[in-house]
Design a protein around this ligand. Structure first.
Ligand code: HSE
Length: 445
């Protein structure tokens, strides 16, 4: 049979909001280009959305519109179900039902896969269907494809990414304008960069979901969001961003997955990054992911991590992959998590105490003889080596009297557990006058 004679792949969209609308638009606008690449057409034949009026406005008469997502799953003429509802609730039930009905699934739902991925991928394997999720991590950046296929020759050593645009926008504004978190968050909400309920973004949960997926495909481990360290940006102050800048660093919310001999570090937290690194200069709502492989060295992927058409770009790429593989044996496919399912690694996710990083510390201290010596003595007792120290003169500490000063210390690599012990001892000193600020630092060399 010539490729021209293959029937189009029939797609059912669950949700016609921002990404669903973008997917419909991109598929329609680029249909000829996509057909030439996929070897067959890809058509949205059915759309489910509770808001059928909105669906009608977006797709017109081009597809059947229903309010019940299960009608799409039950339709034997739908080959692929695209889940764009989000969350762990009804989306999970619908994805599992679509798999049970023998449909391939494309999803942008990082929360669902990071938490329930093991169950979903197992169900998909048992049924011989694909669950594709390029759009779930860093929106339009093809990072899943790059890690799973382009870098397949490598032993991946670490992945570190700015994988949440909302928080990167807020951090960029805090730095540019010297404003505090709360003020910038309100502005970001007014401009539509942050959601009305921004909890998942600002608390680091969204980035940690994505880091969890990256860790699984980088190292061939199961998705284990429950073992990830998750820390957002709500406690960051403009003061620390300014001091970091003076020391040659920017603060970014990074999702990090790093291989160590005895396990995998999986953590999301604000991180000082040297200003000279490309990733430190990724500003506004943009995303970027660095991957370090043993053969290739460091590679970086940059682009829009959200938005209608950037995310649709990833959804459609998955649809093209499925279109090419529709009639191929399941064994011919790239495994969901990059490694063959019976070859998954048992390397554990390391407890946070065993994570190794360097640190930025800010201590508000009494400005008198012997204070610095006591503090450096405590760090030395824990075997923590100091990289740099600056002290801001008392008159630079706004609103305080001249007997206090800010002491800023950068350390070399140490364990989190060792640092916690040192922090407890330093905090107990009568000359340390406020809670010590600690931000992790990565050289990403
Ligand atoms: N809310 C995310 C972000 C996009 O701000 O990057 C979807 O994951």
């Amino acid at each position: 049979m010539s490729q021209e004679q293959l029937r189009p792949v029939r797609v059912g969209l669950l949700g016609i909001g921002t990404v669903g609308g973008g997917t419909f638009t991109v598929l329609k606008r680029n249909q000829e280009e996509i057909r030439r690449r996929a070897g067959r057409g890809i058509e949205v034949t059915m759309v489910a959305d509770l808001n059928t009026e909105l669906a009608k406005q977006v797709v017109g008469d081009a597809a059947q519109i229903v309010s019940d997502a299960r009608a799409v799953i039950a339709n034997p003429d739908v080959d692929v179900v695209v889940e764009l509802i989000g969350g762990y609730g009804i989306a999970k039930a619908l994805v599992l039902e679509a798999i049970a009905a023998g449909k391939h699934v494309v999803t942008a739902n990082k929360a669902l896969l990071a938490v329930h991925g093991t169950e979903i991928f197992a169900a998909a394997r048992a049924k011989g269907v694909i669950v594709a999720f390029e759009a779930a991590v860093a929106g339009g950046i093809p990072i899943i494809k790059a890690l799973r296929e382009g870098l397949t020759a490598n032993q991946i050593q670490w992945v570190a990414g700015i994988i949440n645009g909302t928080t990167n926008f807020i951090l960029s504004e805090m730095r540019d304008k010297g404003l505090d978190f709360d003020v910038v968050l309100k502005e970001a909400q007014r401009l539509g960069y942050a959601e009305a309920d921004p909890t998942f973004d600002i608390e680091g949960v969204d980035a940690a979901h994505k880091a969890t997926l990256l860790s699984a495909i980088a190292f061939g481990i199961p998705v284990q969001f429950d073992k990830a360290h998750v820390e957002g940006i709500t406690q960051l102050s403009a003061t620390d961003i300014k001091y970091a800048e003076q020391l040659g660093y920017r603060i970014k919310l990074l999702g990090i997955a790093r291989r160590r001999d005895n396990g995998i570090e999986l953590r999301t937290h604000p991180t000082l990054v040297p200003m000279r690194r490309l990733i430190a200069n990724v500003e506004g709502a943009m995303n970027a992911v660095l991957v370090q492989g043993d053969a290739v060295g460091t590679t970086m992927y940059y682009g829009k991590g959200a938005g209608a058409e950037p995310t649709a770009s990833a959804v459609v790429a998955d649809l093209v992959d499925i279109a090419r593989l529709l009639d191929a044996a399941p064994e011919a496919r790239v495994p969901h998590l990059a490694f063959q399912p019976d070859e998954m690694s048992t390397l554990p996710i390391l407890p946070l105490d065993e994570v190794v990083t360097s640190f930025y510390l800010r201590l508000r201290v009494a400005d008198k003889a012997g204070v610095l010596a006591k503090i450096t003595g405590i760090l030395a007792e824990q075997g923590i080596s100091i990289d740099a120290v600056i002290q801001r003169e008392a008159d630079e500490v706004s609103g305080e009297d001249g007997n206090q000063t800010d002491l800023i210390i950068l350390t070399h690599d140490t364990t989190e557990g060792g640092m916690n012990k040192a922090l407890a001892a330093m905090q107990a000193l009568p000359t340390v006058l406020a809670p010590i600020v600690r931000v992790r630092k990565e050289e990403l060399a």
